[in-house]
Design a protein around this ligand. Structure first.
Ligand code: IMP
Length: 434
């Protein structure tokens, strides 16, 4: 490697967990660098479905050490639930396999209550957050009053910090007319969680750099997606972190000189959950077909919230932008099997905004809302492609669709997923150069 960074190239839910799971087989360390349990990564192994919100999908590979980086915001109670769930499913999740950055920030019930209160107050302009307390936790971090995971080392002092934080948040909640929290019981629950999580704490900046100096392969697992980035997404309809390339380095404390590959994971059509502009969004039959019925775990319903996702054709204008922001060395294109059976497919190659054709997304939400996609149309294919294991196994129409994506983005496609199972994957080249 030594460092490979996986980034969501669109609005999240691109199927990054699958790509990470594939690459993690050769990784010594798998690290998450941003976001919290707003993420939902699903990996399907044999008959079992693993749904992770905080712990990297790499945990399913016994040789990989997993890291929750300093750029994350972590709900300790939910993290413990996830640890227990994985342990019950037979996964080794001892402190020798999982490290929590002492510099990561903690999410408290106050952040969750404030997230709900903020959303309610925004009314029709609500962001459509996952209500996991992500925004308020990052707000406390940048406002320099957050509580970091390392505080859990001293249980008594930690309990007091939590109690004070809840009491202070209650004042704000009162202004919103929201229910107040019982500071004492929250502090007790958090001290209990801290007691169990303390063995997992580490200075992961030091750890990762020691590993890199010793030649380890580190895989950085992105969450959310580029178009939800607080700087580069359609602000304010974004998450509160940088799920992009810069966030990966800052969120782990590692330098650019180790980075060998940046892989953008892009779904072969578009989905978005929550509010905000989505130029290629469709209603009706095509959207319903892309979304699926919700009976299968791979259908387009949120892993974290269960909300139906907004669906539409692939937006290559946005994807090109995502390539610029992150400098991908390659792309992984996912869910190609879902496109089987369409008579024709479309890709947005430009927009018309106020009568002018543009090939770059406008930089304001208002203009993006007015953008009308200009499509190229492609013939579809009938065949089931879930058994394809090489590019040449794919029908010509699928090959042409993929080639056009590569051309439009000017980035090579390294991986293609053709089904939900671990093996339903085409690797175009040796992407993990050792
Ligand atoms: P938050 O991250 O919960 O504050 O939500 C902010 C926006 O990001 C909302 O539109 C969410 O639907 C979206 N979002 C957050 N996490 C994910 C994710 O993992 N996948 C897709 N969308 C997400």
């Amino acid at each position: 490697m030594p460092v490979t960074i996986i980034i969501g190239a669109q609005w999240g839910d691109e199927g990054k967990g699958r790509a990470v799971d594939w690459l993690a087989a050769q990784a010594d360390v798998v690290a998450r660098f941003s976001g919290g349990d707003n993420a939902g990564h699903t990996v399907y192994v044999g008959d079992e479905v693993f749904k992770m919100h905080l712990i990297p999908s790499g945990i399913l590979h016994p040789q990989a050490l997993c890291v929750l980086g300093n750029g994350m915001v972590i709900n300790p109670v939910n993290l413990l639930k996830e640890i227990d769930m994985l342990r019950e499913m037979g996964v080794d999740i001892s402190p020798s396999r999982l490290k929590i950055s002492s510099k990561a920030h903690l999410i408290t019930p106050a952040h969750i209550a404030l997230d709900a209160a903020n959303e309610k107050a925004r009314g029709k302009d609500a962001i459509g957050t996952t209500l996991r307390g992500i925004g308020p936790a990052y707000l406390d971090k940048t406002g320099r009053k957050g509580i970091r995971a390392g505080e859990m080392r001293d249980l008594e002092a930690f309990g007091e910090l939590i109690r004070q934080a809840i009491q202070s948040a209650n004042q704000t909640l009162a202004q919103y007319d929201a229910d107040l929290l019982d500071a004492q019981s929250v502090a007790e629950a958090y001290v209990q969680a801290a007691h169990q999580l303390r063995p997992y704490l580490a200075d992961t900046t030091y750890l990762l750099n020691q590993k890199l100096k010793a030649g380890a392969n580190v895989l950085c697992e992105g969450a959310q997606g580029t178009l939800l980035d607080v700087d580069h997404g359609s602000y304010p309809f974004v998450t509160s972190s940088n799920p992009t390339i810069g966030g990966a380095l800052a969120g782990l404390g590692i330098g650019a000189r180790y980075v060998q590959q940046v892989i953008g994971v892009a779904k072969c059509f578009s989905t978005r959950v929550g509010s905000g502009p989505m130029p290629t969004e469709l209603d009706g039959d095509i959207a319903n077909r892309l979304r699926g019925t919700g009976e299968n775990f791979w259908d387009e319903y949120g892993t974290t919230t269960g909300r139906p996702r907004r669906c539409g054709w692939l937006d290559a204008v946005m994807l090109r932008y995502s390539c610029d922001v992150n400098g991908y060395t390659s792309l992984a294109v996912t869910k190609m099997d879902i496109l089987s059976g369409f008579d024709e497919l479309k890709i947005a190659v430009a927009y018309e905004v106020d009568g002018v054709q543009v090939d770059y997304p406008p930089d304001t939400v208002a203009a993006l809302e007015r953008a009308k996609p200009i499509y190229e149309t492609f013939p579809g294919w009938e065949q089931d492609i879930t058994n394809a294991r090489s590019f040449s196994d794919l029908p010509l129409a699928a090959q042409n669709y993929l080639k056009r994506i590569g051309e439009l983005c000017d980035v090579p496609i390294a991986m293609i997923s053709v089904g939900p199972e671990r093996e339903q994957f085409i690797v175009m080249e040796q992407v993990l150069a050792t």
